[in-house]
Design a protein around this ligand. Structure first.
Ligand code: SAM
Length: 386
């Protein structure tokens, strides 16, 4: 390197690009003490045997290095069918929708996870926009580090085109700030937003979350949504959905890892229970709870070192998930102010998996569905997808 090639003082982007060391820059959007206080207050809920009091809300389930590692393990567990199928079939489903995404897109990914899917998205977008910016957004800085590295490894995206953002995207004020940041960075160029891996299903007010996230999309932008789906709704199928999660020990270890790391409870993975129900005409819902089955009240220390009782039979809701009725998807999309550009469905093909359970990948755009008939190529794609 000649003296004139030396990065000028302060050229952080170039200094990182030219270093062999695995630096990663993260924009931290929130004071993490506030997050710890919110987690503490969620664990102070009233006693409930049904998972309606104390809880770990989405985001906190993945927050920190322990839950991040536990999530990566769960994703690799062949018994955790939803994630395995979601990862295995994503290449195929993505290949069917990506043709509808034009040139010049940037990418904002809500909830990066292990980064495997983002990698496929980046490879495609980067081919069509060498100046692409990638903004993975996640509450967990450790997940951002892990997922961003997987997503960008050998993809050819220069370090300074990657802007990980640590932010809780369930808070609307945060989304206002994110919108401003994204628009300042990309100007009028189009953005592909994504919410993959059935992440939407983890939120109590899932429809509201989707509407808030999709509200970032301008007319030139697109939104990629992946959800777990079911052809039908019944109590029996809700039990089948429960079985799917209950099978995986790695999944139980993941859902309890936030408790393990933020309280002094001695975790018994057999105290993890799965409660299935039909949620109106839109979804099968599975609540994952940790129940005190010891026959005695247990003192529990919270992250701020206060001690509270965890009474006998009381529960802590660890996780919430759903399988959406395929028929309800159009309404869910419309209520979020979006329309479907294209979509693909894949059935779970694994042995012992329930007929009618699968994953849908939808490419959405802002605005109403035009009243005219579906384009022929969409119809053909749907037929091949089934
Ligand atoms: C179910 S995983 C999906 C990961 C990945 N998109 C995939 O499909 O494999 C959910 C991801 O969203 C993140 N997440 C969940 N709730 C969040 C929130 N409220 N704010 C920011 N990130 C959140 C988690 O940390 C995790 O990385």
């Amino acid at each position: 390197m000649t003296a004139s090639d030396e990065p000028p003082p302060g050229d952080l982007a170039r200094a990182i690009d030219e270093s062999d060391f695995a630096w990663s820059l993260v924009l931290v959007g929130e004071d993490q003490r506030d997050k710890l206080a919110a987690l503490t207050s969620d664990l102070l809920g009233k006693p409930s045997t049904a998972g309606d009091g104390k809880q770990i809300t989405s985001g906190y389930a993945y927050w920190g290095i322990g839950p991040t590692i536990a999530w990566a393990h769960a994703c690799a567990d062949p018994f955790y069918l939803v994630m395995k199928q979601s990862l295995d079939s994503f290449t195929r489903r993505w290949a069917r929708v990506r043709g509808r995404i034009g040139e010049g897109f940037h990418h904002v990914s809500f909830g990066v996870g292990t980064g495997h899917k983002d990698r496929l998205v980046l490879e495609h977008l980067l081919d069509r926009n060498p100046a692409m910016l990638y903004l993975p957004v996640d509450m967990s800085s450790e997940m951002l580090r892990l997922g961003t590295r997987e997503a960008t490894h050998r993809v050819g995206l220069r370090g300074h085109r990657v802007v990980p953002v640590q932010l809780d995207f369930s808070i609307t004020d945060n989304l206002d700030e994110l919108r401003e940041l994204v628009h300042r960075l990309v100007g009028d160029e189009p953005v592909l937003y994504s919410l993959l891996g059935n992440t939407m299903a983890n939120f109590d007010r899932d429809g509201e979350l989707l509407a808030n996230l999709t509200a970032l999309a301008r007319p030139q932008d697109l939104f990629l949504l992946e959800v777990a789906t079911t052809e039908a709704l019944s109590d029996e199928l809700a039990q089948d959905a429960v079985e799917e999660y209950a099978r995986s020990r790695a999944y139980r270890e993941f859902v309890t890892s936030a408790l393990l790391h933020n309280t002094d409870l001695t975790i018994d993975v057999d105290a993890v229970q799965f409660r299935g129900a039909v949620e109106g005409d839109r979804a099968l819902r599975v609540k994952v709870v940790y129940q005190n089955l010891t026959g005695a009240d247990i003192p529990m220390m919270l992250p701020d070192r206060t001690r509270v009782p965890f009474p006998d039979q009381d529960t802590i809701r660890l996780y919430l998930t759903r399988k959406y009725a395929r028929k309800a998807l159009d309404v869910i999309v419309r209520e979020a102010g979006m329309r479907k550009v294209t979509g693909t469905h894949s059935d779970f093909a694994a042995p012992r998996s329930v007929q009618g359970f699968g994953m849908d990948l939808l490419l959405l755009a802002p605005g109403d569905q035009p009243p005219e008939a579906k384009p022929v190529d969409d119809l053909a794609r749907d037929i091949w997808a089934n």
